[in-house]
Design a protein around this ligand. Structure first.
Ligand code: GLN
Length: 482
């Protein structure tokens, strides 16, 4: 069986026509991972018992002719900062190396209810901080399209798993681009939903005003299906909302569609080939009737600096809970702790339990929040954030969607940026604004340079994911038919 072409629809069709059982399919995927993941490193933990148990339930439903839920028997993978009950959840960190999740994240609970089969947990940059998955304390994930290159990050394991056909879809998390950028690097589809549309309950917190869980899939249709399963208000996350209901049958008239292209996104730093592919994709839309308008998002040059104050500030508060006492890694046992002073317990456990990048962010964050510096850094960044939000609001008065590249570069080589944090941070230059403004955005593949994919980012108004999907599908259709 060719797992390459397996989409949600294909799995459903195969199950209903009895081409295979859910258990057979699950075994096939698990075997493929066992065999091929050694060279890629997409997974940190496999959960074969959980997967096969669920597959058995699905097979029983089929046997009893019960109505199958939408994701029945569909194999998926979950980024290892999202809790799956009874399975290890490390966040790619030594400090949570042996932490077993005591409950399901709401997004995971919803996937299970929809019949999805969870094959395992995928690699990530420690606490989702990074753009290459090289910050995982365990190992680096490789890009399945070119093993010398990174898969992007921080959801690099999830992106690689989908790209290598180790699963049909995966969940990632996106704080500043971590779903979209790896999706772009691995030639798949990735959505960062509107802030609040997917519950963050059970997602290990990085920067709470920015974090969102998002689907990573092989095509736009699957992305839409998974998003519709995981979205919605959750009483366990007070920032989650039920989006206003979408107008039914609001099919997009391409002729009425106005696409904004911000001039600030096509300046120095962007690779020539990336720029060309994006411009070509935009031309495709123009050819079929969309209106392309140049727009300005004037505060774009400050977005990265703003993000790298806000995100570390929130991270420094969120990561305070890993103190070497409550849970997680500790350099000391109870007896030693009783003999030491408290600060010593913190210093030792946090110093040894957190990796370099995480410690750097905690220091940046505590500095920005500290008395005397708060006004100059955090408060100023919060104000700049408002200006960025206003930029988008103004732009969306004129256009329906905004098109940009997802990443300024093609997938880079392993080791190329790891010793230069500023260079690494620049990978996020086109994605962070979307998180700061809480907007939805998708990355879809729009071509390759040699074997390396380029992603187009489509940004929408809050809660207009549906419009993003429709417009993204138009591209998929037009290129599939060529
Ligand atoms: N690469 C960005 C960072 O390091 C974004 C990470 C993310 O979205 N989780 O913060």
């Amino acid at each position: 069986m060719k797992l390459e072409n397996f989409t949600i629809e294909r799995v459903r069709e195969g199950l209903i026509k009895k081409e295979f059982s859910a258990q057979e399919l699950t075994k096939l995927y698990l075997e493929k991972i066992e065999k091929e993941d050694k060279k890629i490193g997409a997974f940190l933990t496999l959960s074969p018992d959980l997967a096969l148990q669920k597959a058995k339930e699905i097979d029983e439903m089929i046997f009893l002719n019960k109505k199958l839920p939408i994701l029945a028997g569909v194999p998926c993978a979950i980024k290892d900062n999202i809790l799956v009950e009874g399975v290890k959840c490390t966040a790619g960190s030594k400090i949570l190396e042996n932490y077993v999740a005591p409950y399901d994240a709401t997004a995971v609970k919803k996937l299970k209810e929809a019949g999805a089969i969870i094959l395992g947990k995928t690699n990530l940059d420690e606490f989702a901080m990074g753009s290459s998955t090289e910050n995982s304390v365990f190992f680096s994930t490789k890009n399945p399209l070119d093993l010398e290159r990174v898969p992007g990050g921080s959801s690099g394991g999830s992106a690689a798993a989908v790209c290598a056909n180790f699963c049909v879809f995966a969940l990632g998390s996106d704080t500043g681009g971590s779903v979209r950028q790896p999706a772009s690097f691995c030639g798949i589809v990735g959505l960062k939903p509107t802030y609040g549309s997917v519950s963050r309950y059970g997602l290990i917190a990085f920067a709470s005003s920015l974090d969102q869980i998002g689907p990573m899939t092989k095509n736009v249709k699957d992305c839409e299906i998974v998003f519709n399963v995981i979205k919605g208000k959750d009483e366990k996350d007070s920032t989650s909302v039920n989006p206003k209901s979408q107008i039914p049958n609001s099919k997009i008239e391409i002729k009425n569609l106005k696409i904004g292209v911000p001039k600030e996104y096509f300046v120095e730093g962007i690779e020539k080939e990336v720029k060309e592919k994006i411009e070509k994709a935009i031309k495709e839309y123009e050819k079929i009737g969309a209106k392309i308008l140049e727009i300005s998002l004037p505060h774009t040059p400050y977005a990265l600096a703003c993000y790298y104050i806000i995100a570390p500030s929130e991270a420094s508060a969120n990561l305070a809970r890993y103190d070497g006492i409550k849970y997680g890694f500790s350099t000391m046992n109870n007896e030693q702790r009783a003999m030491s002073n408290l600060l010593e317990v913190y210093f030792q456990s946090r110093g040894k339990g957190f990796g370099k990048e995480v410690r750097r962010r905690i220091m940046l964050g505590t500095f920005s929040l500290s008395v005397g510096y708060y006004d100059a850094y955090y408060l100023r960044a919060a104000r700049v954030r408002n200006l960025i939000i206003k930029d988008f609001e103004k732009a969306f008065e004129k256009v329906d969607l905004i098109f940009t590249p997802t990443s300024p570069t093609l997938p880079f080589k392993l080791g190329e940026k790891i010793d230069d944090p500023l260079k690494m941070y620049l990978s996020d230059i086109f994605t962070v604004s979307v998180n700061l403004a809480g907007l939805p955005a998708i990355s879809i593949p729009v071509g390759k340079v040699k074997n390396l994919p380029v992603g187009l980012q489509i940004i929408g108004k809050p809660f207009e994911e549906e419009k993003i999907f429709e417009v993204a599908k138009i591209y998929e259709l037009s290129t599939n038919n060529q």
